[in-house]
Write a protein that binds this ligand. Structure first.
Ligand code: AMP
Length: 302
């Protein structure tokens, strides 16, 4: 990437104050200019960039937020260690000609007297919600707040966080947010590993072993296309792929530990009784101390 001077970096508009962001959005909307929004926690990679490109295609004015949201982390999770690369992120947003970066402080979003949270228990207690019981409450709350602050016409989210997309679409519908949610495909490393800010925690060996996640998902898709329709057989096949087919022998550091393997209906996050139509195969594994998620959509009607 081209080296960017501090001066160029400073020429990108960074807003820290909620009231200022709201004022700007109001002004833009009054001029009938559509706002596209990409919420992020920073430590940007090509996955984030792909969402910015989608926002640009669907709107005239692009806002990207960078906010490591404390309410979506559990007490024993990595909030304080989460990668923060703000200046590098600004360089990249400058290159993408993003119109505004909204980067509030924690106190701006959650002042001392803060007390309102949004939860969709039937959706947020499944899959990732089982091991991260407060995660989606934090996600819904921050996204609702950001929608009220940025007032976007469209907001773009990655399919990598499939459960998050399903939950946010429900929140938008249930609470009548005038925002259209658009999704972007999962961007992957050449090895197939889904890009993630948390991949920074992984060693090279861990990365190589973690690439078995996508390979296994693709193998499973093949099995389905060859006619397999038994959920238990499919889950066993995935489990076996994840645990026995890694490049490096499993050691305490680089073995994969399964958090969940689910085959679910995208509408309600429930496992269907019979497999037909489109379903989501979603996986969460621990690789050492890092939790990784991935998914593919498969069609059982083939
Ligand atoms: P995060 O910064 O991790 O909160 O992610 C911000 C947005 O980027 C979310 O909508 C994620 O789903 C999306 N995202 C993260 N990784 C990827 C990826 N590999 N491909 C596409 N979108 C992604």
């Amino acid at each position: 990437m081209k080296k960017i001077t501090t001066r160029a970096r400073r020429s990108i508009k960074v807003i820290n104050k909620t009231s200022e962001m709201q004022k700007i959005s109001k002004k833009i909307r009054r001029r009938n200019i559509s706002i596209g929004f990409v919420p992020t926690m920073g430590a940007l990679h090509k996955g984030h960039i792909s969402l910015i490109d989608i926002a640009r295609k669907h709107s005239q004015f692009v806002v990207v937020s960078i906010f490591v949201n404390p309410t979506q982390f559990g007490p024993k999770e990595d909030f304080s260690n989460y990668p923060r690369t703000f200046n590098k992120d600004l360089d990249c947003l400058f290159e993408k000609k993003v119109d505004i970066v909204f980067a509030p402080t924690i106190n701006e979003i959650y002042p001392e007297e803060y007390g309102t949270y949004i939860d969709i228990p039937d959706f947020s207690n499944k899959l990732c919600g089982k091991s991260r019981p407060t995660h989606f409450k934090g996600v819904c709350t921050i996204v609702a707040k950001l929608f009220n602050i940025v007032s976007p016409d469209i907001a773009v989210f990655g399919e990598k966080d499939a459960q998050q997309v399903i939950i946010l679409k429900k929140m938008v519908k249930d609470l009548n947010f005038p925002v259209k949610i658009i999704t972007g495909k999962i961007i992957r490393e050449p090895s197939g590993l889904a890009m993630s800010s948390r991949n920074k925690y992984l060693t090279d060996k861990q990365k190589q072993n973690a690439s078995i996640i996508y390979k296994t998902l693709k193998e499973t898709e093949k099995k389905i296309n060859n006619g397999e329709r038994n959920i238990q057989n499919l889950k066993k096949f995935i489990r076996n792929g994840l645990l026995t087919k890694m490049d490096h022998p499993a050691t305490a550091e680089n073995e994969l530990k399964i958090d969940y393997i689910e085959i679910i209906n995208k509408d309600n996050l429930q496992q269907p009784k019979t497999l037909k139509g489109e379903c989501l195969i979603a996986i969460a594994v621990w690789c050492g101390k890092t939790r990784l998620i991935d998914n593919i959509t498969v069609n059982f009607n083939h």
